[in-house]
Design a protein around this ligand. Sequence first.
Ligand code: BDR
Ligand code: CA
Length: 317
Amino acid sequence: MARKLILDVDTGTDDAVAIMLAALHPDLELVGVTTVNGNVEVQYCTDNSLRTLDFIGRGDIPVFEGLNRPLTRPDFPIPRAIKKSTGVHGLELPLPAPTSVKQSKAAVEFLIETYRAATEEIVLVPTGPLSNIAAAIALYPKFVDLVPEVVLMGGAHHHGNVTPSAEFNIWADPDASASVFAAGFRKLVCVPLDATHEALVSLADTAAMEALGTPAGIAASRFISRRIHAYDANQPMAERGAAPVHDALCIAYLVDPSVITTDFRHVAVETMGPLTMGRTVVDTNFRGENPPNCHFAFHADRGKFNAMMLETFARTA
Ligand code: BDR
Ligand code: CA
């Protein structure tokens, strides 16, 4: 039976690849997409999610718009002014404008109602700032008990991307992130930069995607090539001509958990340090008092990740 999931996204080139992987993989059933302010303002995240789903023939998957600002940061929503890596995403993804429209229900309402009514497990996969998820917890604390597993892209131990110390998704709404990590979810899997920077996608990989000739292959090639050129220019990886596609790695994990390697540790989010705000503090050596709460991915299998994307993007809806 296909595994159900909800994606909470700030689409964004890598969120779009995650959406396509989730919408087309035969082992998964994408129940809905919720959007949140992040890579771009939320209305663009919604539009980009809709146009991605339409392009691959999955306009039937509902999209719900979420929070247009973080819970607490005073300096948002101006993500493009703050983000250094604007070239990675652009404002609108290079696909035709959507024909489908967002749902009238708000994302947080959809999340709470769906989990309250669920009779089967639905994995929650946030790949943007955690504002919607923290709002759902604040409005309905039992939400935490109803979600069987959270698999989120965010955080870093050995890296930073938006600051020397912090990863963008966690940093963009640090108080929301702190509340999600401290909430007590039954299973919390964190896919940070440590893992995503090992699962690079190269220009040779994007050429193979494009050669598939399918809508998903063509779109993935466009999105990821854009990422590679922006990374080469502004944030070069160990290998030139290659870039991480962070958010899609969460989806790959749902299909094949061996695509990442995790350590079960306590993770908390720094919300105050002027140099470290938004940092995921991982108790790697069990020095703190708190028990582990998070399966934190330190490594990823690049070959498996790329093979899965290529196989899935060969499909049409
Ligand atoms: C994360 O930040 C966003 O720019 C990406 O979509 C990804 O979710 C990587 O730090
Ligand atoms: Ca994202």
